[in-house]
Write a protein that binds this ligand. Structure first.
Ligand code: A5P
Length: 226
């Protein structure tokens, strides 16, 4: 069993019948979704799940998991998701999979946020390995790009792989992957990016540190972080 699967299975032990459960997006969380599907089928687990993306919904459906639409929910008991970077104060960068807008909505709605990562995601300083993905409405991308540069960032329009042109998100928008110097004041930046007209949201997760618990899969087992 690899580290991603091990940490996902550990998180699945926290799920109880009767919960409203948020399902994250990505390779680590896909192990979690499969395990929840197995528990539903084999152990009679009864949970109402909310998906964070189209890809998560497809997987959940394949697993026979009952999904409730996100617009029918204002509170989750538990939300389990991966991350691209985890700083020592539990600030996160998310959105490599482009799902950060719905992911942040679920992070806001949940009572308890469990972040599951392998140890390669732990960083001393946010921005060490990943850009901050900024979701913009299509008509705004050039204006937003200019403002992000003025804020000290280096934005790049995320390109699709099996399609010419840019990635289009689940919400029909574009993504500017923006590299910032690691020494930047992230809390100031969080607000500054959200204040740009045309920005829907971005992948800096700073407001949830108090309710965030991080589980790390490592070669010697799963441990809490810090
Ligand atoms: C999806 O948009 C992301 O926020 C993912 O949760 C994050 O990129 C972690 O993905 P992996 O588990 O595949 O590394």
């Amino acid at each position: 069993m690899d580290e991603k699967q091990a940490v996902a299975l550990e998180a699945a032990k926290l799920v109880q019948s009767g919960m409203v459960l948020g399902l994250g997006t990505g390779s680590t969380t896909s192990h979690f979704v499969r395990e929840i599907g197995r528990k539903v089928r084999d152990e009679g687990l009864k949970v109402a799940c909310v998906s964070s993306s189209f890809s998560c919904s497809v997987l959940a459906k394949e697993q026979g998991i009952l999904l409730i639409p996100v617009d029918q929910v204002s509170r989750l008991d538990l939300y389990v998701d991966g991350a691209d970077e985890v700083a020592p104060d539990k600030a996160l960068i998310k959105g490599r999979g482009g799902a950060m807008v719905s992911e942040k909505l679920l992070a806001q709605a949940c009572d308890r946020f469990i972040v599951i990562v392998d140890q390669g995601k732990l960083v001393d300083k946010l921005g060490s390995n990943f850009p901050v993905p900024v979701e913009v409405i299509p008509s705004a991308w050039l204006v937003v790009q200019k403002v992000l540069r003025a804020l000290g960032g280096t934005p790049t329009l995320r390109q699709a792989v099996k399609k010419d042109g840019p990635v289009v998100t689940d919400h029909g928008n574009l993504i500017l992957d923006t590299v910032f110097p690691t020494g930047v004041d992230w809390d100031t930046l969080d607000f500054a990016i959200n204040a740009i007209p045309g920005v829907l949201d971005h992948g800096l997760f700073l407001a949830f540190r108090k309710k965030t618990q991080v589980l790390v899969g490592a070669p010697d087992g799963v441990r809490p972080f810090p």
